[in-house]
Design a protein around this ligand. Sequence first.
Ligand code: F0G
Length: 481
Amino acid sequence: METISFFDGRKIPLERHKVRIVQKLNLLPVEERLACIKEASSNLYLLHNKDVFLDMLTDSGVNAMSDRQQAAMMQADDAYAGSESFYRLEKTVQEIFGMEHFLPAHQGRGCEKVIADLLVQQGDIVPMNYPFTTVKAHIKRCGGEVVPLLYPAGLECQSDNPFKGNLDTDALEKLLEQKGDKVPFVRVEAGTNLIGGQPFSFANFRETAAICRKHEVPLILDASLFQDNLYFLKIRDEECKDLTLREITRAVADLCDIIYFSARKLGFARGGGICLRESELVNPLKELIVLNEGFLTYGGMSVREIEAIAVGLEETMDLSITSQGPEFIAYMVAELEKRSVPVVTPAGGLGCHLDASRFVPHIPQLQYPAAALAAALYIAGGIRGMEHGTFSESRDADGNEILADMELLRLAMPRRVFTMSQIDYAIDRVTWLYENRDLIGGLCFKREPNILRSFIGELAPLSDWQEKLAEKFSRDLPNSL
Ligand code: F0G
């Protein structure tokens, strides 16, 4: 593998690109940050982006595009039906995944909607290594339940297990033996999002596929975060280390019946799609795509984005591009660990994940510790992260709160967007906050939606802790924004 070492021994990820278009950022003074978080009801989705200094909410649709992507967008073929841009993307997807059919969708959840509409019925159960919010909501909407089948190690925040995204294959075997007739498909998520962007190993995925085949249950891969999983297969998995990224991708794809992805992540653009082999599912899925997403040669995407995805998927097969995200994340995780800040280890993909249950152990889960930490970090540094904890859960059928398995604050690392000094700034502000963690208090709902409540729910602090935190910041850093 092509590595670059520093002569002085430092381990700093080196950008393998140069910046040619920039966007000015605002860093508001702390008093204004306090006013903004109050205006946004302590929900970081409700902030205006102009009031955010480092937007680490997500990597979704906000990765930096390459010059080649931008160039491809200029020559897109605009047509409702039969666009050449679509055929270019279809060919790229077919070459990379080796599957015959590609059905476009406007984004990942569009794929999840049509798959659930077609395959999930009342009373069904869908095993998966771990659910993502949107797929869980669609399966529930169709009357099904998701069954997470991670090994216990997957939920340990601090670990040296390189493949915490592995699915518990013994549990899958047992479940399919007992209730196979209720299982429309098994879903495996690459770069498992909600447990800290953690990958599966090749051996585990192969075993999962063998069990699915034995029980004649389709295996569906959510490849939205595949680029991170791919990188980890290359650098952590003995079985894959001598293969190219393209060969690893094909070996994984050969084990799947269906692959879907959000191209807001995979392909560094915006959109999504479903890849599948010839089967009786193709035609009904096509019908649902046309009904819900758009005609089969655009699926809700603009032709410009379709061109950008085709180039982005090719670029994903280049290790010097795909490694950028995970290397920056590993740097941030290692620096925070040096400062004793509780983070999810080993470093995963997508972002650096703070472990709120150890960062603010004094805040009970029903006061949404990860959401409180998110609001606090915005006050401390104008940094916007994303809560992954109880605030993101929905209530059960009886209206009781469901406590999240983990209380995380994800600081996403959109690819090629931030510089090293910005990451060092984030590390510094997280460290300041950790020193002052006792000042952080809990939150409660002011307005609670029924589903996907973390997106639009409104919260309020349980005391004046936000004011106290802002005052302490001004005292500690009197000459700094
Ligand atoms: N699957 C995974 C693993 C995801 O992380 C996401 C989105 C989706 C499906 C849905 O795709 O947003 O294009 O509809 N994750 C975003 C995030 C929202 O910030 O992690 P989408």
